[in-house]
Design a protein around this ligand. Structure first.
Ligand SMILES: C[S@@+](CC[C@H](N)C(=O)[O-])C[C@H]1O[C@@H](n2cnc3c(N)ncnc32)[C@H](O)[C@@H]1O
Length: 313
């Protein structure tokens, strides 16, 4: 078991919204290092259940080991986009709360061989679930120039997406682009950068993030996962989401906003048997950010944004 797998972000705020001391069943849709699950388990004090889901087998194994002394913890390998089937297969009747702490864990980023980082050499992989079929290599070497440009622009908001896509297509005609450092040096050659700028970010940052989002269908997973959990949540159940970039936050904000409006006048979800009647209440009027103290202690918390709702009907 790895001690420094991941430091949980906004743990106290998550626990306060979910109120696990009331007992009940809670799902941690993004188990990772098990930090949020552990926080919940300590509070439910044997009075309920925590189910931890992750699509990464390494996360499941590591967190299962860390939480082995909690008899009311259950780990499930799966993608939260498939949450309704997971809940059905576990025969959960009452669901009282859930947390989505999106993105990748520190461990996934730091472990070079996973291919998420442009700082260390590895095969271009980036799959959270190493049983899924599409890797970053496939996208980089098999997509058309237009497809690459769209991915870099839409998921990475990369201003130089056209130039980068064109250069990748030219370069891969000489030889396939196999590794993280190969790709990162191609990007570096395309983008004018000034390392002395105060807000310097590595030129490959946005493209790597865009590829990761595409490889793991992160935005599709989020929409399906949130809508799925909202179909299954009991009355008074609470959903907490921590996101790390604007595309994720926009999806969360829009789904929550749609479900706070009067079901009778709502167009979206009209054809959805359950969501057409769902009404939720915002627990966070505005997006909630980590405290300054947390941001100093844990730089990976800096981009976190939390939103939470509770189900009214
Ligand atoms: C930021 S980490 C979670 C960290 C965790 N809250 C903790 O305190 O240790 C995100 C985790 O969610 C997992 N994940 C991301 N998208 C997923 C999805 N669609 N389905 C299941 N797990 C997912 C990743 O594999 C990663 O382990």
């Amino acid at each position: 078991m790895l001690e420094e797998y991941h430091i949980p972000v906004m743990l106290e705020e998550t626990i306060n919204f979910l109120e696990p001391w009331r007992g009940g069943t809670y799902i941690d849709c993004t188990l990772g290092g098990g930090g949020h699950s552990e926080g919940l388990l300590k509070k439910i004090n044997g009075n309920g259940n925590v189910i931890g889901i992750d699509r990464d087998l390494e996360a499941i194994e590591n967190a299962s080991c860390k939480l082995k002394n909690f008899r009311n913890f259950h780990a499930v390998k799966g993608a939260f986009g498939d949450i309704e089937n997971i809940i059905n297969s576990l025969d959960i009747k009452n669901l009282n709360g859930c947390i989505f702490d999106l993105g990748v864990s520190s461990h996934q980023l730091d472990e070079a061989k996973r291919g998420f980082s442009f700082r260390s050499e590895a095969e271009l992989d980036m799959r959270m679930d190493n049983e899924s079929s599409i890797t970053a290599y496939d996208i980089v070497n098999k997509s058309t120039e237009q497809e690459l440009k769209k991915i870099f622009w839409e998921y990475g908001e990369e201003r130089h997406s056209g130039r980068i896509a064109r250069t990748i297509v030219n370069e891969r005609q000489k030889e396939p682009i196999r590794t993280t450092l190969q790709l990162s040096s191609i990007i570096e050659r395309c983008i004018p950068t000034n390392k002395n700028l105060r807000h310097y970010i590595h030129p490959a940052t946005r493209v790597f993030m865009a590829l990761r989002i595409a490889v793991n269908d992160e935005l599709g997973q989020l929409s399906r996962g949130l809508e799925g959990i909202l179909r299954k949540m009991s009355i008074n159940g609470v959903v907490v989401v921590i996101s790390y970039h604007s595309l994720e936050d926009r999806i969360v904000k829009n789904i929550f906003r749609d479900l706070t409006s009067d079901p009778d006048i709502r167009e979206k979800y009209k054809k959805d048997d359950i969501l057409s009647k769902r009404l939720v209440r915002r627990l966070t009027k505005k997006v909630l950010l980590p405290s300054e103290e947390e941001q100093i202690k844990n730089p990976r918390a800096r981009s976190a944004k939390m939103r939470a709702i509770s189900v009214i009907s």
